[in-house]
Design a protein around this ligand. Structure first.
Ligand code: PLP
Length: 458
């Protein structure tokens, strides 16, 4: 068997070129049903295998109807970035190298590239230079990783070593979260042994920001190990919690402050927007994504802490056969829950180095400007109400001040295919969510998409 089969790589290259050139003009949503895709893909597993090019061709033949154009410039669903060309290319190289970057000796290049990318990320996001960064699958695992470090650190301060003794019989930990915490904070805490009922919720304001005065009131009555989870970038409104005040309250209580900043943390890279995350550097840990605003391919999240030793203590493992580095080299698996994993720091390195400081700033500012453009165009229609202060890249829209009408507009827009966006329930009422997170979204894309939305009002 040959290691290199150029014809397969050529096929993949050709397919990717065709896919990406059609992306800006294609119907954005997927159109195939499960049955249609099953009809095409469910074949009996053969005994002897099939021709590899035929297998690739079979998958590629379903892409037009079965794949969502989420990497394209008019996809505004959830909070989803589109991979920049250099990051797609870097990702291909990563696949060809097929590195397992667990420890330095398994992949010196990846270890060093991730070390360098970590320092750039800390610099760009205005976080302490001595902080630690783990390259995880996404913000869910970033939240999990940071909160594992938090749990173990606050318990260590209470003379309880979680790494050795586990959680049975451990002192109670107060876990304080915003009433608008992202669901992945809840799942992370659940995985760490804190049930949803043990979380103490702090009330939020009309934009979904934690109310600092309420936090002060809540923590006043608490004693013992405490973790506070704040947020930079509410998934609906983009609003950022008052981080400086929250950090002061956390410091007074000796609490570990974690900030979920899946996308909002990137406001720090923009001179015009960094005031939104004022005080963010005072936290103990931060979770964010590279696959959202940095526009690298899935999957790519970043678990960042101010306390490398707590980070490592919570994540690292020891085994006889693993050659840990003895020097300054970095063993990447000391910062992630995964043992083996993809070398996902490589596309992130390529993105950061290609964009530079000003490129990242321009990317953030551009998306925010496009979100503003959406709000300006849509709000001219008397049937449209913008529900949030558009401070970042998120816009919440309601039609005819009516739940059913709003949901109908969303369905019609999805069917039309000019763009794709989803819905939400915001403070009890239905709303359309627009998230502009793609490097390629132009003013014209927003004009075309806004026109499609206005047409859908009927
Ligand atoms: C605030 C916030 N936290 C966490 C997440 C989860 O991120 P991921 O899907 O990368 O795990 C999201 C996703 O949109 C988010 O907006």
């Amino acid at each position: 068997m040959k290691i290199l089969d150029e014809s397969l790589l050529d096929f993949a290259h050709r397919h990717a070129v065709d896919f990406l050139s059609a992306l800006p003009d294609r119907h954005v949503g997927a159109r195939a049903t499960r049955d249609e895709l099953l009809g095409a893909l469910r074949v009996p597993l053969s005994d002897g295998g099939e021709d590899p090019k035929a297998v690739l061709a079979s998958l590629a033949s379903q892409v037009e109807r079965g794949v969502v154009g989420m990497a394209g410039p008019r996809y505004f669903g959830f909070v989803i970035g589109g991979a920049m060309p250099v990051t797609v290319a870097a990702d291909w190289m990563t696949s060809a190298w097929d590195q397992n970057p667990g420890i330095f000796v398994t992949s010196p290049l990846v270890s060093v590239a991730e070390e360098v990318a970590s320092s750039w990320i800390l610099e760009l996001l205005g976080l302490p230079a001595e902080g630690s960064v783990g390259f995880v699958t996404g913000c869910q695992m970033a939240n999990f990783t940071c909160l594992a470090a938090a749990r173990n650190a606050v318990l260590r301060n209470a003379d309880w070593n979680v790494e050795e003794r586990g959680m049975n019989g451990a002192p109670r930990v107060n876990v304080v979260v915003s009433a608008e915490a992202h669901v992945t904070i809840h799942t992370s805490l659940r995985m760490l042994g804190f049930g949803t009922q043990s979380m103490i919720e702090v009330a939020t304001d009309e934009q979904g920001r934690m109310i600092a005065g309420e936090l002060a009131r809540v923590v006043e009555n608490l004693s013992g190990p405490t973790i506070i989870c704040a947020q930079a970038g509410n998934v609906n409104t983009g609003a950022v919690d008052p981080l400086r005040r929250i950090a002061e309250i956390a410091r007074e209580r000796d609490a570990w402050l974690h900030v979920d900043g899946a996308f909002g943390l990137w406001a720090a890279a923009s001179a015009d927007r960094k005031h939104l995350v004022d005080g963010v550097e005072l936290a103990d840990s931060w979770a964010t994504d590279a696959h959202k605003w940095l526009n690298v391919p899935y999957d790519s999240g970043l678990a960042i802490t101010r306390h490398p030793s707590a980070h490592r203590a919570a994540m690292s493992v020891k085994a006889e056969y693993i050659e840990h580095t003895a020097g300054a080299e970095r063993d990447p698996f000391e910062y992630t829950p995964e043992f083996s994993r993809r070398a996902r720091g490589i596309p992130a390195y390529a993105a950061l180095r290609t964009l530079g400081r000003r490129g990242v700033e321009a990317l953030v500012d551009r998306c925010c400007a496009r979100a503003r453009q959406f709000a300006d165009i849509l709000s001219r229609d008397p049937d449209v109400k913008i529900l949030n202060d558009v401070v970042l890249n998120q816009v919440l829209v309601r039609f005819s001040d009516d739940d059913a009408a709003t949901r109908d507009v969303i369905t019609r827009v999805q069917r039309d295919g000019t763009c794709w966006l989803g819905g939400t329930t915001w403070h009890g009422i239905a709303a359309m969510r627009i998230s502009v997170s793609n490097w390629a979204t132009s003013e014209e894309d927003v004009e075309r998409s806004a026109a499609a939305i206005l047409r859908a009002i009927g």
